[in-house]
Design a protein around this ligand. Structure first.
Ligand SMILES: [Zn+2]
Length: 136
């Protein structure tokens, strides 16, 4: 955008512009037309890798905690030295009802990288000949 003079430019800057926040879709009136977020929080949250929790910081936090749990479980699994100990650990893990949401998560099961859900799936396939979903 070009302006005839500085006064026009300053006036354009101070003219409120109605926009939707790029992150949360809140309708906001901006004084600066280049601004795209309603708040610093939305600007920060928008650059986070987890995009499906965009509109809710609480949901975003819940997902972060969920993936922390997933990663932590895998570390705990690896802490077991022998395969036998690991099998025992994974059996106890899948028998804990609170872990179902992790071991049956399709995104984890289809992920390219190894994770606790894939280990649980391989374990029940090997031990019971069924998929992790059929196991439950
Ligand atoms: Zn926003």
């Amino acid at each position: 955008m070009t302006y005839a003079n500085q006064t026009d430019f300053l006036e354009a800057l101070s003219t409120p512009v109605e926009k939707l926040c790029k992150h949360c879709d809140t309708k906001i009136t901006f004084k600066r037309s280049t601004k795209v977020f309603c708040s610093d929080n939305c600007r920060k949250n928008n650059s986070r890798p987890i995009q499906n929790a965009q509109s809710s910081p609480a949901k975003a936090r819940e997902q972060m905690e969920y993936f922390d749990r997933v990663n932590y479980s895998y570390e705990l699994y690896l802490d077991n030295r022998t395969q036998e100990q690991r099998d025992e650990w994974i059996q106890a893990y899948i028998d804990n009802p609170t872990t179902k949401k992790i071991v049956c998560n399709p995104a984890l099961l289809n992920a390219k990288t190894i994770n606790i859900a894939k280990i649980a799936h391989r374990y029940v396939m090997k031990t019971y000949g069924v998929s992790i979903k059929d196991y439950y």
